[in-house]
Design a protein around this ligand. Sequence first.
Ligand SMILES: O=C[C@H](O)[C@H](O)[C@H](O)COP(=O)(O)O
Length: 262
Amino acid sequence: MLKSITKEILLHSYLNFRLLGINTATMSLEQAKQVAAYKAVDEFVTNDCVFGVGSGSTVVYAVQRLAERVETDKLKVICIPTSFQAKQLIIKHKLTLGELETNPQIDVTIDGADEVDSNMILIKGGGGCLLQEKIVASCSKKLIVIADYTKDSVKLGDRYKKGIPIEVVPMAYNPIKNKIITLFGGEIKLRSAVAKAGPVVTDNGNFILDWLFPNQSLDWQKVNTTIKMIPGVVETGLFINMCQKAYFGQPEGNVIERSASI
Ligand SMILES: O=C[C@H](O)[C@H](O)[C@H](O)COP(=O)(O)O
């Protein structure tokens, strides 16, 4: 019985891939991102909606799918970006660009994540875009995460080993670093740029600290509030009680869904 259900799921996934033009023989991480992104867009984007566009490599597929749907289904969608990258994607695909000033309420935001734990707590900001992402998510009726299977964790830190990104005002990075270590322990790295000497500078002109937290059983709500109270901290990459649903693309091509119990 179980065998035939599994077989049916695989066949269904295979047929979906063929329809999406995905080669099932070479399912890669990128394709796992793509199936999750396409599914989320197909389920959540409707005509006349205000849509929050997340940041990162998985979101590229969501915008691709959105552009296809806008074209074929003649959908009217206003897109609110969460970063410079997201804005460029919206422009590239000739979608309608909006802003929070004129569209303060967003129907649904689809965004990536660096890790999602079993309580739907997210680590975000691996690409340095956490501040605008959190603002846009906070203005959204729904935040939907799209990710490949490597982001699906039980506890934060199970799979994402780079720590929790924290966006800080540049002049305060060193005292903030010391304060977090005194409060909670662990190790903190000022994120360095790759094609530039010195630190990463965010879309908002700030620095990013990556906090390698000392244990996985911390009270994340408390940690988030405490860190946010340190002067000079702009935002943390901990997204708590914000995400309603996550889609994880699998190596076999199916998509596993997880919903929040809130
Ligand atoms: O700062 C970047 C964002 O939080 C991304 O959404 C997150 O890093 C996931 O990105 P990707 O889809 O590239 O793994």
